[in-house]
Structure formats: structure tokens, C-alpha cells
Design a binder for this molecule. Structure first.
Ligand SMILES: Cc1cc2nc3c(=O)[nH]c(=O)nc-3n(C[C@H](O)[C@H](O)[C@H](O)COP(=O)(O)OP(=O)(O)OC[C@H]3O[C@@H](n4cnc5c(N)ncnc54)[C@H](O)[C@@H]3O)c2cc1C
Length: 393
């Protein structure tokens, strides 16, 4: 099975004017060489792929959308989505390891003061590994108030609290932490070696999908940080999170497309070679219809994801499209993985095959990074706003 296989040439057209073909060819080589051989191991052992991410960083892939002044590539979000799609075609665990880096970059680049940007942003091109810590035991979808507190003092800020389910936390060298201050939720940059900060592998750290190392608890016990590590305006953390999530949800859609394509390609290859009742499985019309439906859904989801990335590139308002992109792509990935198993019969169910991984990763991404229900709320909010504006006329 080749990566982004030839059978998927049909989808190249959808990329034609969006992603540089040379970039794509080189990227596929990198994925084939550096990610694909390790994908099953990463998932089985639940380990953070440090070497892979550091290698990708050296090649510029972890700082693609960063401005050149910070050592980045200044690439478009459409190109960046291709990175996430191709990497996740091999391993969604690598995809989410990249996304927690993108989230931290986005927040600092968009909201940080210049001295913080000058100090931290160039570190990403050198391979800085980061996590984004919003969730707490008592606050998942609703982070408008938090139990983690930050108090200003003469030396800057002092943080206390505990975060849960933190992706990439097994290896992160720095965290973006949301904490409540007297004027509301605020965002902080906290280095992993700050005194008083440590990770704990709680009972819920192991997830069945998106396994890039345990999703640890982050414990902040009297953690003192300098004043300029409060990112942007105090009390604006929710606004910043909404913006950062608009970016990462769009790109998360590309991770789901990568999972869906991998499951589809493997099922198609199996159906083309497996015989039953003196025919290839692919010759049964019932199976062809499964594949035709999946192909249509993957194409539709991919168009939405790349269109949303185009909107990011144009600096358009994105929250509706980011939500639609992740909602549809994550749903399509789960459905594709599930149907791919059906098409492959027992060969889809065996632990030796990757379909279980695809299904587990796809399902977990219907929750991580914003659950489908919350995405639908966001989309519906736009609809209601539109209806209110038309009824007011
Ligand atoms: C694999 C994985 C990785 C993760 N990584 C991170 C990370 O790196 N950083 C981080 O901070 N968090 C992370 N999380 C946590 C994730 O962001 C939360 O799980 C998610 O926001 C949902 O919160 P919850 O699980 O507490 O569900 P809850 O908020 O308890 O919701 C439970 C159910 O109710 C639904 N629901 C909640 N509110 C509404 C509403 N208003 N309308 C309709 N339905 C609603 C939800 O959609 C869900 O179906 C991760 C989670 C997973 C599974």
C-alpha cells in the first residue's frame, strides 16, 4: 500500500489550485520515510513521537504558517492543511502532535506582546514542543469559568490548579494555560521546567484514540511566571481560545480527512484483490455503492476543509466554516473507518490491520478539540444571528 496511493489520484483535482504539487510530492516522501513505518508502534505503545516531530521541525513543517521574521515559512493554511492530511494519512497521532504546536503558535503570534513573540516564536522553528491546556475535571466544553487561578504579584503571575486531558503533555516543553484572573479567563505561556509545574498520569490519561502519549493532568502548584507571559489582554482568554480553535478546528478537519482517506484506500485495495463467489469483492455492486458514497463524502468534506483554510488565508471570518469543516470531516472519518471494516470483513477486524486504529482515532476526534455538539451550537448561532438580522429589516 503506498502512501496517498495512486488509487487516490482522483482526488488530486480537488487540490489542483490549492497546494503546490512539488510541496505535496516532497511531503509524501517525508511521510512515507519518517512517519508511516512508526504509526502502529506509536498507537500501540501510546508514545509521543518526539523524534518524528523534531525531524519535521528541522524540515520547517512545524513552523509552516509562522511569519518569516520568526523563522517560519509564511505558507498558506491550505498548504498547512495538506501537511496535516498527509501526516494523518499515516498517523493521526502525529497529526495531533502537530496541532498542539500550531495552537500555541497561533495564540502567541496573534495575541502576544512583541517581547514575548521575539523570545518564543523563533523556538518553534527549532522544534519547540507545546500543549494547549484548557480542560479541567469540572470544565470541558464550558470553560467560561475555571478552577485554575492566576494571581498577579510583584514578580508577575502565580498560577495554581490542575488541567486534564492535555494532548502532547507527555513531551511538551511549554504549555499554553488558561486560568482565571479577577477580570476573567486569561492565557499564559508556561515553560515545562517552571518550578511547581509537573504532569501526572491520572486514571483518565489513556484514551482509545489519538494516542500520542497519555493525555496527562498538568499540575500547577504555586507556579511563578514573569508578567509578560500573560498573553495579550488579561481577561480575554476565551476570545483568544475561540480564535485559536477556529484555526485548529479547520486544520483538525484535515486530520480527519487523512484518516478517512487511509481507511478508504486500504478498503479499496482489499476489495480489489479479495475474491468471493468467483468474483472480486469490488465487483459486487453493494460494495461499489459503499465506496461511491464514501468517496463522495470524503470529497465533500475535503472541499469544505480546504475552502475554510482559504478563508483563513484571506483573513475572513471563519468560525462557522471552521466548525462545519471539523463537524463534517470528523463524522466522515468515523463513517469511512467503520464502513472500511465492513468491506474488508474479518480482515478489517483483526488487530494486525490498521482499521481499528482508524476507527478509534476518527471517533476520538468527534470529541477532542471541540465536540460535534459544540460545533453545531456555533453553526446554529450564526444561523440565528442571520435570522435576527433579516427579521430586523
Ligand atoms: C483525545 C482527546 C484529546 C484532548 N486534548 C485536549 C487538550 O490538548 N487540551 C485540552 O484542554 N483538552 C483536551 N481534551 C478535552 C476536550 O477538549 C474535551 O473533552 C471536550 O471539550 C469536551 O469536554 P468534556 O469531555 O468535558 O465533555 P462535556 O463538556 O462534559 O460534555 C459532555 C457531552 O455533552 C455535550 N455538551 C456539552 N455542552 C453542550 C451544549 N451546550 N449543547 C449541547 N451539547 C453539549 C458534549 O458535546 C458531550 O457530548 C481532549 C479530549 C480528548 C478525548
Amino acid at each position: 500500500m503506498t502512501i496517498a496511493s495512486e488509487v487516490h489520484a482522483w482526488s488530486r483535482r480537488l487540490w489542483a489550485d490549492r497546494v503546490d504539487p512539488h510541496f505535496l510530492d516532497r511531503l509524501r516522501d517525508v511521510v512515507r520515510t519518517h512517519i508511516l513505518p512508526h504509526a502502529d508502534h506509536i498507537d500501540r505503545e501510546d508514545i509521543y513521537p518526539t523524534d518524528i516531530i523534531k525531524t519535521l521541525a528541522r524540515m520547517g513543517y512545524t513552523s509552516m504558517t509562522l511569519d518569516r521574521q520568526w523563522g517560519g515559512q509564511n505558507a498558506s493554511y491550505q498548504q498547512c492543511a495538506a501537511l496535516f492530511e498527509e501526516a494523518s494519512y499515516a498517523s493521526a497521532a502525529v497529526g495531533i502532535s502537530l496541532i498542539t504546536i500550531l495552537q500555541a503558535q497561533t495564540i502567541i503570534a496573534r495575541f502576544g506582546e512583541t517581547p514575548l513573540k521575539q523570545r518564543i516564536l523563533p523556538l518553534f522553528a527549532q522544534g519547540l514542543l507545546t500543549s494547549y491546556a484548557l480542560t479541567e475535571t469540572n470544565h470541558g466544553s464550558d470553560i467560561r469559568s475555571l478552577d485554575t487561578k492566576a494571581v498577579r504579584n510583584a514578580d508577575g503571575w502565580r498560577l495554581n490548579g490542575r488541567k486534564s486531558f492535555i494532548t502532547s503533555s507527555a513531551a511538551a516543553e511549554a504549555y499554553i494555560v488558561l486560568a482565571e484572573t479577577p477580570v476573567g479567563v486569561s492565557t499564559f505561556y508556561v515553560a515545562a521546567n517552571s518550578p511547581g509545574l509537573h504532569t501526572e498520569e491520572g486514571p483518565n490519561a489513556s484514551t482509545f484514540g489519538l494516542r500520542n502519549g497519555p493525555h496527562m493532568d498538568l499540575v500547577l502548584d504555586e507556579v511563578q511566571i514573569p508578567a509578560d507571559q500573560c498573553i495579550g489582554t488579561e481577561g480575554k482568554g476565551i476570545r483568544q481560545a475561540v480564535t485559536a480553535l477556529d484555526f485548529s478546528r479547520t486544520v483538525a478537519g484535515a486530520i480527519s480527512i487523512g484518516i478517512a482517506r487511509a481507511a478508504f484506500d486500504r478498503a479499496l485495495a482489499h476489495a480489489a484483490s479479495r475474491k468471493a463467489f468467483d468474483a472480486k469483492v469490488l465487483e459486487f455492486q453493494g460494495i461499489q455503492w459503499y465506496l461511491a458514497d464514501l468517496m463522495t463524502e470524503i470529497d465533500a468534506a475535503r472541499l469544505l476543509v480546504y475552502d475554510a483554510c482559504g478563508a483563513l488565508d484571506r483573513h475572513d471570518s471563519i468560525s462557522r466554516y471552521a466548525s462545519e469543516a471539523k463537524l463534517l470531516a470528523s463524522r466522515v472519518a468515523t463513517r469511512t473507518a467503520e464502513q472500511a471494516i465492513q468491506i474488508c470483513g474479518a480482515h478489517g477486524v483483526t488487530l494486525n490491520a490498521p482499521f481499528g486504529r482508524y476507527l478509534r482515532d476518527a471517533k476520538a476526534y468527534e470529541i477532542a478539540g471541540g465536540s460535534s455538539e459544540i460545533l453545531k451550537n456555533t453553526i446554529a448561532k450564526h444561523l440565528l444571528k442571520f435570522m435576527q438580522s433579516t427579521s430586523a429589516q
